[in-house]
Design a binder for this molecule. Sequence first.
Ligand code: GDP
Ligand code: MG
Length: 440
Amino acid sequence: LTGRLGDIFDRLTRRGALSEEDVGAALREVRIALLEADVALPVVKQFIAGVKEKAVGQEVLRSITPGQMVVKIVHDHLVEMLGSASEGINLEAAAPVPILMVGLQGSGKTTSTAKIALRLKTRERKKILMASLDTRRPAAQEQLKILGEQVQVATLPIIPGQQPVEIAKRAMQMGRQEGFDVVMLDTAGRLAIDDELMAEVAAVRDATKPVETLLVVDAMTGQDAVTVATNFQDRVGITGIVMTRIDGDARGGAALSMRQITGKPIKLLGVGEKVDALEAFHPDRIAGRILGMGDVVSLVEKAAENIDKAEAEKLAKKMEKGTFDLDDMANQLKQIRKMGGMGGMLGMLPGIGKIKNQLKDANIDEGILKKQEAIISSMTKAERRNPDIIKASRKRRIALGSGVQVQDVNRLLKQFQDMQTMMKKVKKMGQKGFMRQGLA
Ligand code: GDP
Ligand code: MG
């Protein structure tokens, strides 16, 4: 794909707004990539429509190609649809908190139960009890017991002949009596969705009222993931998804399908057979994987960098023209914060290098930047355009509005003046168009 997509993007070199044609050509490749990654067709369609809507008519920033622009939009939209960064396991309920593990046979429920138990034990210092409700496979309960010994987490003693609901109730009872924080219930799966399985899981749910019902799905499940997720969602109700075998070569399109169709977050990823092979879900990593190109990440980074450059360029023009006002300063503060400090930002403005050192002493940190943004946003439009009008009573109002002291407002205004002075100096250095080199 890298090649194909890359070609298309190279061909998109026209400037101006992204046309429907530009976007259409790029999106045909994206569509193939998604289908190859096993994203379900209706989800692919929805995704493409979403990107189209965002992309067509968007102004292409001077310093990046339309292709890079589309890549960035595709990637960002994918990350957005995959959901925000990993949400932890919800343990907000009276102890013992029941967690129900559901899914097809072989999806990794039992392994994931032990992995999650280990994680909650080590990271959150929780006292966990695990119980296997798998009465179908002969050695299933022993499997969990062995895993329990391995991760040093208690398991419910096995009583032969008990049914899943009885076992679940016994687990909750032991959890209450022996002061466990969490009771993990590992259910039996089936090779495919069937009514008996759903009825069994629903009965366990009714008997235990789980706070989390985690659907465990193998990343290799592909197109079937949609059927699995829909069924468990409709008939049992899930609160999150654990995707296993991410260490294999599945592209992980199932993550996007399941997220879209159930609306439930992907909470954790299984990345191997070992009990500590469990990771938090990072949408940007999966996005790169689904698009099938590690390169996409660097492409996107480059695009983002260039977008910031374009912003810097706009700012530079204003400086040159002398129309730099407090709104621009607020914008700049936001940029600086995004780029992790003054150094990065100024590095993009050639010619400012000399002044850079002077500013280093200003010792700018994130908190101060935020405060300064707040001060500016408490000003009226007129004040931001023309800071000279900000006298004592206006300063008091602004300080009150942004929750700072008057001297903070003074400091900000002084800094603004310094910036203006600095710009005049730079101009005097006779560097006509100094900002433009390397930026176009
Ligand atoms: P269950 O039937 O859903 O309980 O599935 P199991 O937990 O018994 O797992 C079935 C097989 O998948 C076992 O051999 C596990 O070691 C393996 N497995 C589970 N999770 C992962 C994973 O994230 N990566 C890999 N490579 N194997 C896994
Ligand atoms: Mg099992």
